[in-house]
Design a protein around this ligand. Structure first.
Ligand SMILES: Nc1ncnc2c1ncn2[C@@H]1O[C@H](COP(=O)(O)OP(=O)(O)O)[C@@H](O)[C@H]1O
Ligand SMILES: [Mg+2]
Length: 384
């Protein structure tokens, strides 16, 4: 008998001991739904080793087992590290096993090399397949999430376009008449409050419009002083700020003028301030809202809206700009999504940093960024 057959009959005789040793050392989760297949796979692998020693093993056979095992591991939701560990344990056990056969080390050298390359190839195919399958699984999940987001946005779009007709037109009329009443009866009680509430309502309706109609420009870009915009905004927010007992610290450089869609930028800043007020309400005292601006590199304006409310946890911060993400009982989760799309339309960026001391939203905008829409508005101006 040649050494190969010698070795194989030794392996056959001692196989139960080998398997027992190996099984005692492997890591197998109780949750592994293919737990019973583990021994079966090991036996299969030993079969491949024997074929390989006889020189009768085709690469297809290795692949076949590797693919099957990869599928099982994925189905069992077992991480690939654990699997690789078990296979490598099998490899060292089998090497230990054959060295106990009494055959000289010199004669065993090519056998061990053979076993090693078989295990290498098996692992290569198994891990590659596992990764492919896992990637496909992840892609499918992301696709599903994307899809359901898109569907919700479409529904939102349909909702808001009927919203606009059903709500906005009568609202505009009511607002107009309230203005008239205000003019005709300057001292009339409660009329300021009614007017303010109506403007707020109008603002909230526009919000839905923005979330669904990406990129639709209603007005042209204009040049204005940032300080004036903030004066408008803080006037508008004054009742809410007083109600929430928030101390505002505005530090706007009065020399900054920018060219942008004023109403849209106003909406962004209002959103950020409203969010700050909501956050500050969770604090007992010393509620502070800081507004700061500066010019950077002569061409960019940085606008920072900060508050000293509770920190946004790091794992949440990544999702706050996603549509429909909200932690508020009556939140819509579209405020920051709208902010981001408006700022990006202006070729700017918006990001958030948050610690226990301070939460800051930073907007970076080019001072004069001609967007496509603005280009056409420039042409219009020339014609006029
Ligand atoms: N200044 C802030 N401080 C703490 N958390 C904030 C702040 N701004 C936004 N967030 C978080 O981001 C979420 C999303 O905000 P937003 O898109 O405006 O939707 P909504 O205000 O309807 O919840 C909020 O629910 C809140 O958890
Ligand atoms: Mg909000």
């Amino acid at each position: 008998m040649d050494i190969t057959e010698n070795l194989i009959s030794y392996m056959d005789k001692n196989l139960p001991t080998y398997l027992q040793d190996w099984y005692g050392k492997v890591v197998i989760s109780n949750l592994d739904i293919h737990k019973d297949k583990v021994i079966e796979n090991a036996l299969h692998m030993v079969g491949l080793v024997k074929l390989s020693l006889r020189g009768q093993l085709s690469p297809e056979k290795i692949k076949e087992l590797a693919y099957e095992v990869a599928h099982q591991r994925l189905e069992a939701k077992i991480n690939i590290g654990e699997f690789v560990y078990n296979v490598n344990l099998g490899r060292s056990e089998i090497v230990r096993f054959v060295t106990g056969s009494g055959i000289s080390i010199e004669q065993l050298q090519p056998v061990i090399e053979n076993i090693n390359s078989l295990f290498d190839e098996f692992l290569y195919h198994a891990v590659k397949k596992y990764t492919q399958l896992k990637d496909a699984e992840i892609q499918e999940k992301t696709l599903f999430i994307d899809q359901s987001h898109k569907e919700r946005l479409t529904i939102l779009g349909q909702m808001s376009s009927s919203f606009v007709h059903e709500f906005r037109n009568p609202l505009t009329a009511v607002m107009g008449f309230v203005k008239l009443m205000q003019q005709e009866n300057p001292g009339m009680k409660y009329i300021d409050i009614i007017s303010h509430e109506l403007t707020q309502l109008n603002f909230r309706i526009s919000q839905f419009l923005h979330a669904s109609r990406k990129g639709v420009q209603e007005r042209e870009a204009e040049e204005f002083a940032l300080e004036d915009l903030f004066t408008d905004i803080l006037d508008f927010m004054y009742p809410s700020l007083v109600d929430a007992d928030v101390n505002v610290v505005p530090r706007i450089d009065p020399t900054i003028t920018i060219r942008a869609h004023k109403d849209e930028l106003k909406q962004v800043l209002l959103n950020l301030i409203m969010n700050s007020i909501d956050a500050l309400r969770q604090k007992k005292q010393n509620r502070r809202l800081m507004i700061y601006s500066k010019i950077e590199a002569e061409s960019n304006v940085h606008i920072m809206i900060s508050n000293n409310g509770p920190a946004i946890p790091p794992e949440t911060i990544k999702t706050i700009f996603e549509p429909f993400f909200t932690t508020k009982e009556l939140g819509t989760g579209i405020g920051l999504f709208v902010c981001k799309s408006i700022i990006e339309k202006h070729n700017g960026t918006i990001h958030c940093s948050s610690t226990d001391e301070i939460t800051t939203f930073t907007i970076v905008l080019p001072l004069y960024a001609p967007t496509e829409e603005e280009d056409t508005s420039l042409i219009k101006v020339e014609k006029a």
